[in-house]
Each structure stands twice: as C-alpha cells, then as structure tokens.
Design a protein around this ligand. Structure first.
Ligand code: HEC
Ligand code: HEC
Length: 139
C-alpha cells in the first residue's frame, strides 16, 4: 500500500511535468496569431497589436482601419492579412523607416512600435494628418 501511494505521487508529479511541458509547447503556435507580419515581430501580443493599429496608425494618420486594409471578399469586414491595398505596403515602408530612425539616429537597440522605448513615432511627422506636407504655415 505504501509503495502504491509513493507510485501515485511520483506518477502524479510526472504527469504534472508532462502537462507543464505541453503547456509551454502549445504556447509556441499561439505566437502566430497573425498570418502576414513582415515588419512587426511575429510573436506580438494582441494587446500590443491593438495599440499599434489603433493608438499609433489610426490616430497618428487620422484614418480608419480600411484606409490600409482591404475588404473581405465575401462581404462584411476587413481581410487584415491581405496585402491588396498599396497603403498597407507604404505603411510597412514607413514602419521600417521609423524603426531605422530610432535605431540608427537615436541609438535604441531594439525599437518596438507600441512600446515607450521609441523616440520617433508615426505621430512625430503625421500629427493626425494622412499626408503631412511639412508646410510651416500650417503647424
Ligand atoms: C496606416 C495603415 C494601417 C492602418 C490604419 C491599420 N493597419 Fe493594421 N496593418 C498595417 C500593416 C502595414 C500591417 C502589417 C504589418 C507587418 O507586416 O508587420 C497590419 C497588420 C494588421 C493585422 C495582422 C494581420 C495578419 O494576420 O497578418 C491586423 C489584425 C490589423 N492590422 C488590424 C488593424 C485594425 C483592427 C485596424 C484599425 C483599428 C488597423 N489594422 C489599422 C497597416 C495598418
Ligand atoms: C519622418 C517623417 C515620417 C514618419 C516618422 C512617418 N511618416 Fe508616413 N508619411 C510622411 C510623409 C512626409 C508623407 C506624405 C508623402 C506624400 O505626400 O507623398 C507620409 C505618408 C504616409 C502614408 C500615405 C501614403 C500614401 O501615399 O497613401 C501612410 C500610409 C503613412 N505615411 C504611414 C505611416 C506610418 C504607419 C508611420 C509610422 C510607422 C509613418 N507613416 C511614419 C512622413 C513620415
């Protein structure tokens, strides 16, 4: 009986380890929540993504999601992974430029859009305007 209890405890501990390993393994595929990220980190969290798309892109440019994201083929909603709209490509270019400015000129090792470690953001230039023209008379 004693041996049985010991065995149960050990077996219990083993299955706990198995469960924990399984949990860390399954958290890997969850990284790829998003299908088509080429500039932002592929393991970006939903919360950070939301911050970037809403707080950064939408607000800084004064646009809504559909300025960059193409509509779903079957009616309602947007196909966020699609690259059909040229504005999305331009936004990627702008994103690379912004990250490079932070990295090369402000010496930030790993600049991350949506974090507070960056100095230059979309809003630094855009200030709510889709096409900032730099006209001093307007600023
Ligand atoms: C100024 C352009 C722009 C605006 C506005 C914008 N996005 Fe995006 N979005 C992008 C770009 C560019 C990417 C791809 C980033 C990359 O390649 O790393 C992206 C990627 C995404 C993705 C990931 C899709 C995938 O599976 O790969 C989601 C989800 C998303 N956007 C949601 C939104 C939502 C919701 C809004 C509105 C609140 C929004 N976006 C507004 C440019 C924009
Ligand atoms: C260093 C200044 C600067 C920064 C930083 C910047 N932009 Fe821009 N962006 C511009 C200028 C200037 C234009 C207008 C270009 C024109 O009128 O042809 C522009 C235009 C755009 C356009 C419109 C392109 C088109 O022709 O439809 C998009 C989309 C855009 N920017 C996205 C972004 C996003 C997203 C970020 C942040 C990741 C960003 N920009 C950061 C300067 C900047």
């Amino acid at each position: 009986m004693k041996i049985n209890i010991k065995f149960t405890v050990i077996a219990g501990l083993c299955s706990l380890v198995v469960v924990m390993t399984a949990a860390t393994n399954t958290s890997k595929p969850a990284e790829t929540n998003f299908k088509n990220l080429q500039v932002l980190p592929k393991d970006i969290s939903e919360a950070t993504m939301n911050k970037v798309m809403v707080g950064e892109f939408e607000d800084a440019l004064g646009v809504s999601c559909r300025f960059c994201h193409a509509p779903n083929k079957d009616g309602d909603g947007l196909d966020y992974a699609s690259d059909a709209k040229p504005e999305k490509q331009i936004a990627r270019q702008m994103l690379r430029m912004t990250m490079n400015l932070n990295h090369d000129y402000f010496k930030i090792d790993t600049p991350m859009m949506g974090s507070s470690n960056i100095v230059v953001t979309c809003n630094t230039c855009h200030k709510g305007e889709t096409f900032p023209d730099g006209d001093p008379a307007k600023n």
